[in-house]
Design a protein around this ligand. Structure first.
Ligand code: SF4
Length: 349
């Protein structure tokens, strides 16, 4: 919650008496509260699109998610990836990354916490039992940063003990945050990976507004690793700014120096990509941004990515930097085509 200036809390009437709601309100006294029937009807007014987004992110919604608490995710044909499960514990987050696809995904941008934890855990357990013989992967962090509100909700304190009973499954908590106190106070399990999205500081300064600095993220990752957790490194999105390779190289050298690479489970690489609908929001909110400059091409899943030779080169160069430091860590590409995988596989293996 650092850097998060909270102005107003919306609460669905149905969840007022849930223990997680009371716990959150106890931690956030003296904030204006508005009660409502359905979080999807929240409207935040503002003078411009940017103003509405900024004001929305100064609010918080506490709601109950009805249905779809665990979603099976398969990559579109033509994109390489395994079937995974997403845990719907919230929508949006308090940070304001220029490239965030959530800006055109939901009806509003108010960070929303789903507090019907018992139902969420029941649905996760149902999937774990049904798929007990498979090595399935769950993600918390697709539609809301996995840890951004963990100091309020304490969800990690419920997820980690649950997954520790199902060692065949893996839980990945993907984050950019420093709100790791709960993780430090509960016992880790081998099938839990806390992964940080790392970006060179110049990219954080230019495009990841309100998000923790590289140093803050790295300190949090080091502390979590020292507490016994597996850690993952996500370079996603990779943004090809001026001198991008120097910036990524310098960042990776710092990560390798400070993290214990033995317990880094993976490094995933994903080039910046976007659906055409996002460009209008990005341009309207950030008229000066250079994030959309460059040669982008439409791909099989409808998203625009850097021109194939450009992103292949980026993966190869970053892959070489990683392999100069360690031969052991698994490197994978995030949401990429088979052609790109084939072009880079010799460098990443
Ligand atoms: S941290 Fe993730 S969810 Fe939050 S604004 Fe940035 S990209 Fe979006």
């Amino acid at each position: 919650m650092s850097k998060y200036q909270l102005r107003k809390i919306f609460i669905e009437k149905d969840v007022v008496d849930l223990s997680v709601t009371r716990q959150i309100l106890n931690k956030l006294p003296d904030i204006e509260v508005e009660y409502m029937d359905d979080y999807r009807s929240i409207k935040v007014d503002g003078d411009s699109v940017d103003d509405i987004f900024k004001k929305s992110k100064e609010c918080l919604a506490i709601a109950g998610k009805k249905g779809g608490l665990v979603k099976e995710f398969r990559c579109r044909d033509g994109i390489v990836g395994n079937t995974e499960y997403f845990i719907s514990h919230g929508n949006n987050c308090s940070f304001d990354c220029e490239y965030c696809f959530l800006q055109c995904y939901f009806d509003n941008s108010v960070p929303t916490l789903f507090v019907n934890h018992d139902e969420i855990l029941d649905e996760i357990r149902d999937v774990l039992l049904a798929e007990a013989d498979k090595r399935i992967v769950f993600h918390a962090g697709e539609l809301c940063d996995a840890m951004a509100f963990d100091d309020l909700t304490g969800l990690s304190c419920k997820l980690i003990p649950l997954f520790s009973e199902y060692p065949n499954a893996r839980l990945e908590l993907r984050t950019k945050t420093t709100t790791i106190e709960n993780l430090l106070n509960i016992e880790s399990a081998d099938n839990i990976v806390v992964s940080w999205t790392f970006s060179p500081q110049v990219i954080i300064d230019n495009h990841e507004h309100k998000a923790p600095s590289l140093e803050e993220r790295l300190c949090a990752a080091v502390d979590v690793q020292k507490a016994g957790y597996n850690v993952g490194i996500c370079l996603d999105p990779i943004i090809l700014c001026d001198n991008w390779l120097d910036h990524y190289k310098a960042m990776l050298e710092i990560l390798f120096e400070r993290l214990d690479m033995e317990s880094v489970k993976f490094i995933s690489l994903g080039g910046f990509r976007y659906l055409p609908s996002l460009t209008r929001v990005i341009r309207e909110r950030n008229p000066q941004t250079d994030i959309l400059l460059g040669e982008f091409v439409p791909c099989v899943d409808g998203k625009y990515r850097y021109f194939r030779p450009t992103r292949t080169e980026a993966y190869k160069e970053i892959g070489k930097v990683i392999r100069e430091q360690t031969k052991d860590v698994k490197i994978s590409l995030c949401m990429e085509t088979p052609e790109v995988w084939n072009s880079v596989k010799d460098v990443l293996k």
